[in-house]
Design a binder for this molecule. Sequence first.
Ligand code: AQP
Length: 334
Amino acid sequence: MTKNRIFSGIQPTGNLHLGNYLGAIRNWVQLQHDYECIFCIVDLHALTLPQDPLQLRHSTREVTAAYLAAGIDAEHCIIFNQSMVSAHAELAWLLGCLTPLGWLNRMTQFKEKAPKDRSNAGLGLYAYPVLMAADILAYKATHVPVGEDQKQHLELARDIAGAFNRRYEQDFFPLPEPQIFGPATRVMSLRDGMKKMSKSDTSDYSRINMTDDADAIALKIRRAKTDPEPLPDTLAALEERPEADNLVGIYAALAGESQEAALRRFAGQNFSTFKDALSELAVEVLGKVGGEMRRLMADPGHIDTVLRHGAERAAAISMPVLRAAQEITGLLRP
Ligand code: AQP
């Protein structure tokens, strides 16, 4: 088994945003030099909520383009879409048979995403964390970089790995470690500092998309919810103002500095000055990535080749793990 292998992914569910970039993709670009990395576009997870088929294919290519545009090297790392490798769904069944309902009932993401009338929620949405465990364990990944929002699912993946190892009395799956980095582990909506920035938010002004141009970025930051007070000079005072805290956190993450250092620059200044500086920085960082994404999206054939090649390499790792798990489980493969 490889000592340090990373698995992580993003759902192709619409507009990739600054949270996905700062909380996930940008960290992966750094990690690719130190780990064996597998980066997935988790299209089966996307199906846990209704998707338009054409849009799903488009988004799958767009997430791939984002990985490449941000600087993930497709020769060095493995980039592929989940549905191309059957080990994910097959292993999810084996693991689902070991997962008590009580564990799934604790998952807050299900509670947030399921309709009010729970009897109308899909089985897939409920079982999402089991598929996520399969994604990780099919590669015996040791590390999983995620944003704060995915931490609970990762803890469940560790529990499921432990349940398998105990049931069959062997140390088959390593327990994957979460990796949560930097000041942008939870980027919040620009319209509501208590809600995370999300692809599925219906308000366009709630998020900065990775493909937004300079004008759109500047407009959204100008319209971002703030309060009339100037920026405070202590972190404790900032924490009491969620929207201001979020914007300073975004600045810090974009600038690659601590929240404290970012606050020192702007303490006592009004929001219009701060927002101008934030826009300029966001355009500088995202502008390049967004432009490269648009260039890559103009050649879907190239993106599909990357994904096919990645899927072959992913299957070469995960199918033998699945076969071994089937063998341990007692499934006959005559
Ligand atoms: N707001 C965020 N701040 C920091 N990190 C974030 N991530 C997502 N939102 C933020 C990180 O991005 C990776 C991919 O997330 P995902 O696509 O699997 O699903 P999600 O967490 O449910 O993300 P979204 O954007 O909110 O999508 P929808 O609207 O489809 O649910 C993960 O590492 C996540 O932590």
